[in-house]
Design a protein around this ligand. Structure first.
Ligand code: E4P
Length: 224
């Protein structure tokens, strides 16, 4: 499983990239607004991220009609070769994804929750699909169980006739809130987990690692 960072924060991206684990970035309107981003600077900001990351960078269209999403998608794709256009899983989004994929523009279908949504996203030509985990948990449903169903269903079929250049569709575990979400998504066969920076840090931390390190350091003092 690959790690993407779920952020628009350049300092977080720079730091995670230095660890050697960063394979891509996903942004969304909330994440961009959280760093104080402004509409006029959005293309420039996405370009900065694209230059920092050796991998796909998802930039989201907020349009609601297929024609507007297609227009946004073309503009976003022109920013850098590693831009992936993020499109919501809805009827207009499916139609836009079909058109963008036909032009060779990769799409990440977002706000995907169920098996039928995921299969429709895949059939429409999405290169990535992003089933959300945490937002199910937020409404007292089991996000990981829903995610497992999507992974199993997508794995049952071959969608390479539908994707740009016949590439294998990849499932991005999204709305990830904990290291356990990351662990379970990997066990279920997610291709990618897109993880907030704070959660990515937690993925490398463990109390037994800390305790072991403390003991080694103390014992090393004895040999001085
Ligand atoms: C990523 O593609 C999603 O936009 C993101 O993971 C959503 O996470 P949230 O549910 O924590 O906002």
């Amino acid at each position: 499983m690959k790690f993407f960072l779920d952020t628009a924060d350049l300092a977080e991206i720079e730091e995670a990239a230095s660890w050697g684990v960063l394979a891509g970035v996903t942004t969304n309107p909330t994440l961009y607004s959280r760093i104080g981003g402004k509409l006029a600077d959005f293309p420039n900001h996405i370009k900065k991220i694209c230059d920092m990351v050796d991998g796909p960078v998802s930039a989201e269209s907020v349009a609601m009609t297929r024609d507007e999403i297609i227009r946004d998608g073309r503009e976003l794709a022109a920013i850098a070769p590693n831009v992936v256009v993020k499109v919501p899983t809805m009827i207009e989004g499916l139609a836009a994804t079909k058109a963008l994929a036909a032009e060779g523009i990769p799409v990440n279908m977002t706000l995907c929750f169920t098996v039928p949504q995921a299969i429709m996203a895949a059939r429409s030509g999405a290169r990535y699909i992003s089933p959300f985990i945490g937002r199910f948990d937020d409404i007292s449903e089991d996000g990981l169980a829903q995610f497992a169903d999507v992974v199993q269903a997508i794995g049952n079929y071959d969608f390479t006739d539908h994707t740009v250049n016949g590439e294998k569709i990849e499932i991005i575990a999204a709305s990830v809130r904990s290291a356990n979400h990351v662990a379970q998504a990997a066990l279920m066969g997610a291709d990618i987990a897109t993880v907030p920076f704070a959660t990515l840090k937690k993925c490398v931390q463990h109390p037994l690692t800390d305790r072991g390190l403390e003991t080694f350091l103390k014992d090393w003092e004895k040999v001085q």
